[in-house]
Write a protein that binds this ligand. Structure first.
Ligand SMILES: [Zn+2]
Length: 332
C-alpha cells in the first residue's frame, strides 16, 4: 500500500478515511448525547460567539461529533524518468490554480524555480516507464532533462498529484528524498509506492513510551494564498493544518474519544458555518515521533465555503483542539 502523509498515519494506527455528508439537513434536528468533556468543548465555543453565531458554532460542534472526514482521494505517485515523453502526450497550458500549487511546493520545500520553465503534458492512459512492482498505476511523471511533466487526464486537477510532480521539478534530482517528500512537504503531495518505499516510515513509539494528552500538541492552521484571487487562482486555496509533537522523544498521544462512538477518536478536520469534516482513528492513541509534524492539506475553492454576513471563514481542528476562525480574503 502507498499513501500520502495522512494515509501514512492511517497505516500506522488504523485510521479510516470516510466520506459523509455535510448538508445542514443531515443534522438540523439532531443534538447528540455528549459526555462532560465534549460538552465543555461545545460550551467553550458558544461562549465566544454572539447569539446568532452560537447556533452555527453548535452546528460545527454537532458535526464534529457526528460525522467523519472527507479528504482528497488517494493516488499513486510517479516514478522519475529520463526516457522520452510517452507517445500521444498532449501539451497543455496549466490552469490558473497550478500557480498556487507551485507556490505551495516552493514554500514547503524552500526551493524556488520559474514556474513557466516547466512544460505540461497530459495523457489519456499513461503507461509507467518504471518496472512494474505491483504498484498502482502511475498518474504523473516528471521527465528530467526535458523539464516536463506528464499527467493522466483524470489527475490533471488533482492537487496532490500535481504538487508531487512540481516537487520533483523543484528539487530537480532523481528519487524521493524523505526530507522533502515526507518531512517538509508531507501532506501536500502524494507519496505512494516507490515514493513511500523511498522515504520510509517514522517508527511507531514503543509500547512503554510516554503518553501525553492531545492538548500538549502544537496545532496550527494557515491559508494559502493569504489573498485568494478568483481570476489568478480560480478561487482555489488550501487550508494547511499541522500538528507537532513538541518533545524530543517519541510519544503516544491520548485523544478524546468520540462521544457517539467511544471506540474511535477524531483527528484532523475543518469546519465552516455549514458543517465539518474530519478523519478519525480506531482507539484513542496516536504515535508521534520525536518532534514529528503531521500535516493535512485541504484543497478547497471559495465556493466550498458558505458565506455568512458577507464573509467566508474556515477553522481547523485536531481532535478536541479547535482553532480560531480564519476569515478568507477574496479578490476578483
Ligand atoms: Zn515521484
Amino acid at each position: 500500500m502507498c499513501s500520502d502523509e495522512a494515509a501514512r498515519i492511517a497505516a500506522t494506527k488504523g485510521l479510516k478515511r470516510e466520506t459523509r455528508a455535510t448538508a445542514r439537513d443531515r443534522f438540523a434536528d439532531t443534538i447528540p448525547a455528549v459526555n462532560s468533556k465534549t460538552q465543555g468543548h461545545m460550551t467553550r465555543i458558544i461562549v465566544r460567539t454572539s447569539r446568532a453565531r452560537a447556533s452555527h458554532a453548535l452546528q460545527w460542534a454537532q458535526l464534529f461529533l457526528l460525522f467523519f472526514g472527507l479528504t482528497a482521494g488517494l493516488t499513486a505517485c510517479a516514478s522519475t524518468a529520463v526516457a522520452p515523453l510517452p507517445e500521444e502526450s498532449r501539451q497543455f497550458t496549466p490552469p490558473p490554480q497550478y500557480a498556487l500549487w507551485w507556490k505551495m511546493a516552493e514554500a514547503c520545500s524552500g526551493r524556488q524555480r520559474d514556474f513557466n520553465s516547466v512544460k505540461w503534458y497530459r495523457h489519456a492512459d499513461f503507461v509507467p516507464t518504471a518496472p512494474s512492482t505491483g504498484d498502482g498505476a502511475v498518474q504523473g511523471e516528471y521527465f528530467y532533462g526535458l523539464n516536463s511533466v506528464v499527467i493522466t487526464d483524470n489527475s490533471i486537477n488533482n492537487p496532490m498529484v500535481v504538487r508531487h510532480e512540481m516537487l520533483h521539478a523543484l528539487i530537480d534530482q532523481k528519487g524521493h528524498p524523505a526530507a522533502e517528500f515526507r518531512d517538509s512537504c508531507g501532506g501536500l503531495v502524494t507519496c505512494f509506492d516507490a515514493c513511500e518505499r523511498a522515504v520510509g516510515k517514522i517508527p511507531v513509539a514503543s509500547v512503554d513510551a510516554e503518553v501525553i494528552d492531545v492538548t500538549k500538541l502544537a496545532v496550527s492552521q494557515s491559508v494559502a494564498p493569504q489573498n485568494i484571487s478568483m481570476s489568478m487562482d480560480g478561487g482555489y486555496f488550501a487550508l494547511i493544518v499541522q500538528v507537532t509533537n513538541p518533545l524530543d522523544h517519541a510519544v503516544w498521544v491520548r485523544l478524546k474519544p468520540q462521544p457517539t462512538d467511544p471506540k474511535r477518536a477524531a483527528t484532523f478536520g475543518y469546519a465552516t458555518v455549514m458543517g465539518a469534516q474530519y478523519d478519525n482513528v480506531d482507539g484513542d492513541l496516536v504515535s508521534f515521533g520525536p518532534g514529528e509534524t503531521k500535516r493535512v492539506v485541504y484543497d478547497l475553492t471559495v465556493n466550498d465555503i458558505p458565506q455568512q454576513d458577507g464573509q467566508r471563514s474556515v477553522r481547523a481542528f485536531y481532535n478536541a483542539t479547535m482553532l480560531d476562525k480564519e476569515l478568507l480574503t477574496i479578490t476578483n
